[in-house]
Design a protein around this ligand. Sequence first.
Ligand code: ASP
Ligand code: MG
Length: 441
Amino acid sequence: MLVMKFGGTSVKDVTQIHKVLEITRGRLKRKPVLVCSAHKGITDKLINAGHAAASTGKADPGAIFEQQRAVARAAGCKDELLEPFYREIEDLLRGIALVREASKRSIDYLSGFGERMSCRVIAEYFTRQGLKAQAFDAFDLGYITDENFGAARPIQGYEKLMAEEFAKKVPRDVIAVITGFVGKTQKGDLTTVGRNGSDFTATCFAAGLGAEECEIWTDTDGVMTADPSLIKDARSIPVMSFAEASELAYYGGRVLHPSTLLPAIKRNIPVRVLNTNRPDHPGTVITENGGDNGLPVTSIAYKENQAVITIESTLMLGQPGFLARVFDVLGRDGVDIDMIATSEVSVSMTCAELPNLNAVVKHLEQFGRVSLVTDKTIVCVVGKNVRDQKGLGAKVFTALRDADVNVEMVSQGANKINLSFLIDDSAIPRAIPALHKALFG
Ligand code: ASP
Ligand code: MG
């Protein structure tokens, strides 16, 4: 079995959906199962309508229906196909407008309609084109999650449930078109795995169904050496390891959702990233051991809008347990630390620019003088053997100096494959091209 995930741009309209059909047709021998996103733009429209209903007291699904209807009609679907979803969206928006409150739970319920509608359209189109397909909501096939709305994760043992439900519900002669992104709690509330999370849904299904491979179909030729919107001559990376791809995804590589690889790693299922618009391009294959691309590093990623919290305190000096207490406070405030640097009497830590950081600073003031700076970017250079390469640091920092970029914090050595450092957000357009040139020629 082959799990194939198609993202929002890959199913954005009938032209794209037709490409998906042809790609699927070419893989019938491998027993494809599809996991699909909403048509690009629909999820944003659903979420915006939810927040607008809460703030204005008015339910306005107009923009959602307009786009969804246009895609469905162009694909030859009758309006009735999606009518029940439209009614439910109207009811839900009316409810949100009445209580003037868009809770995480309501937003999850609402934003999941995008995938549920697109999968109906895709399955119906496929069937009319002679490829018998059927749409399924992931939660009807065992995708049961915890109650962490907005970032829900499947419950323990979901793999077994998934395999059972799939065997029970999916007829042998149809292609299952399964919703990415959405799940359901054991109590029956709808959840989502978080924005851009359909990749993760796909690898969960690959794990649960014991697929031979999971293909992630997107709009770039696999994982690239750097963000192609910034670097015109960014190159596709033929092979990489789970560890390298995880670091890249976490540190802002734009192609994969950060959690994507976890289920694949657990079951050792290769993940292949491919381009829907250039299906013959080999893309990137991500496996346990990766491989040698003949270059010193694999890729450069960056994550902007980071904050740095610094605590200066003589209390630290020779005090075992100091950092444990600091991290206890951070943990309770829900702050996830990425980079950390310490000296005898100070510690600097980076995290995302969360809305509650001013409160966090107050809570940390019990430990010493606390400062907060924002608008920083973590840049991460990933490669199979970054730690053991003589002169790589010199190359990286010389390139940055020549591009007039100041480096504020550095982290290397926690694993073999990653060198990361902190710069200003505003330095991205200088730093990334300079690094790409220095490292990839
Ligand atoms: N449709 C969802 C989003 O836009 C999930 C996804 O596309 O992966 O975030
Ligand atoms: Mg995506």
